[in-house]
Design a protein around this ligand. Structure first.
Ligand code: IFM
Length: 445
């Protein structure tokens, strides 16, 4: 096990959490659905990006993925078998609309309607994410999120989806990880649409946040008793040293990575804002919960000449426990992050909308996957979550990332996060030891 720097801990028990604490797992459309051309789905920016040589490891794409589009009953059976009671999924915009703003695609809406019925039949509460990165390519060609008109296109999409599903889906997440949409996709160029312009990335960020704020009243108008939030990817941040340069680098990094999102969402505007009148009020609309996606902390150093902020996130120190993606395993970072968010913003109910780990799984001769590292990661993070709750942070639920192995964006299929193993050649699903443990934990007192 690659956990050399981790302290001993007490494995958490379900009874350590409130009896109404929500336990779930999470996925996203492009990462699992496949069926890229079924029932009128149009091209997304991820189809285009994956088809561009050199963009995704091994030339992989989400064209088939886990074929969840056809195999969802089996996947939901596994989620149910584990004892989860909630399931977070996302809705592929390209299944509902292209760019023409005409009528929504009924076949796409029907698919999600069947999916929601399938969840409810198995006692899984649906938590729908409206944007998990698969923008229709035709909209990208009109400027994508850099164009203000995309906000209106998004609202039409949100309106169509919430009208159709709002009788059964009460929990809505407007956006997953706007940081990734804006910065990784438009400045770092590592995600679709693969642009590398900082100004564009900031404009994209503003339009994504604006679309969130303007979507909330649309959702509430269409869905009785709607509970609406946004899911942010957040890290606890530390300076690499006590030097003035590293402390200043930390403040800059913090400004972009944390406050650029949370400050406007909680009514404090951007550090320096040049936006249209009313935008900031729209973004700061009151929501019902904050979704926090936590994976690891970042240690920041001053890096002259490195990007617009001249900051760099240090690689983990030698001896640090890391996952197969090189991400530090730092459960206490979850406690630290939650305490900070609560102290800074008092956001109300918080849900951990993603948390999980990537390891190289081995299927043994009997078909078993003894992923002890992932199980250990899960246990440690639930223990850290328990600590945050004990310290007064109002966390009300946890969604493990991910229910099943899937298309891990630019890493293709070589990186696995699932509690359920997927053999991508045969599409066979197998519960891993981590998934089995999650089930035993949920079944326990
Ligand atoms: O797979 C992703 C997911 O789509 C968004 N959050 C992080 C996960 C792991 O990288």
């Amino acid at each position: 096990m690659t956990t050399p720097s981790l302290a001993p801990f007490h494995a958490p028990r379900r009874s350590d959490f409130a009896s109404d604490f929500l336990w779930g797992s999470a996925t996203s459309s492009y990462q699992i659905e496949g069926a890229a051309r079924a029932d009128g789905r149009v091209e997304s920016i991820w189809d285009r990006f994956a088809a561009t040589p050199g963009r995704v490891a091994d030339g992989a794409s989400g064209e088939v993925a886990c074929d969840h589009y056809h195999r969802w009953p089996e996947d939901f059976d596994l989620a149910r078998q584990m004892g989860t009671r909630a399931y977070r999924f996302s809705i592929a915009w390209p299944r509902i609309f292209g760019a023409d703003g005409g009528a929504p695609n009924e076949a796409g809406l029907d698919f999600y309607s069947r999916l929601v019925d399938g969840m409810l039949e198995r006692g899984l509460e649906p938590w729908a994410t409206l944007y998990h990165w698969d923008l229709p390519q035709a909209l990208q060609e009109q400027g994508g999120w850099n164009a203000r008109a995309t906000v209106d296109a998004y609202l039409a999409f949100v309106d169509a989806v919430t009208r159709r599903l709002g009788d059964r889906v009460k929990h809505w997440i407007t956006h997953n990880e706007p940081w990734c949409t804006a910065i990784i996709g438009n400045y770092e160029g590592l995600h679709a649409p693969g642009l590398t312009d900082f100004k564009t990335a900031l404009q994209v960020c503003h339009h994504v946040l604006l679309s969130h704020g303007r979507a909330v009243p649309v959702i509430r108008a269409n869905v009785a008793e709607a509970r609406v939030g946004i899911a942010l990817s957040l890290h606890p941040l530390r300076a690499a040293s006590a030097s003035a340069a590293d402390q200043a680098a930390l403040a800059r990094h913090d400004g972009l990575r944390y406050r650029w999102f949370l400050d406007p969402l909680f009514g404090r505007g951007y550090p320096q804002a040049i936006v249209e009148p009313g935008d900031m009020e729209a973004i700061a609309v009151a929501t019902d919960f904050l979704g926090v996606n936590y994976y690891f902390p970042e240690t920041v150093e001053h890096a002259p000449g490195d990007g617009p902020l001249e900051t760099r996130v240090q690689p983990p120190a030698p001896g640090t426990a890391i996952t197969a993606l090189g991400w530090p395993v730092a459960p206490q970072g979850l406690t630290e992050l939650l305490l900070r968010i609560e102290a800074d913003y008092h956001p109300g109910p918080i849900y951990i909308t993603e948390n999980g780990s990537c390891y190289d799984d081995v299927v043994d001769a009997d078909g078993a996957i003894d992923d002890v590292e992932r199980r250990d990661y899960l246990q440690r993070h639930l223990a850290a979550l328990k600590d945050a709750i004990a310290a007064g942070v109002p966390v009300k639920g946890y969604f493990a990332w991910s229910l099943i192995d899937n298309f891990e964006w630019a890493e293709g299929y070589r990186r696995r996060f699932g509690l359920v193993h997927v053999d991508f050649a045969t599409q066979q699903r197998r519960l891993k030891a981590s998934g089995r443990w999650y089930g035993q934990f949920l079944a326990g007192a």
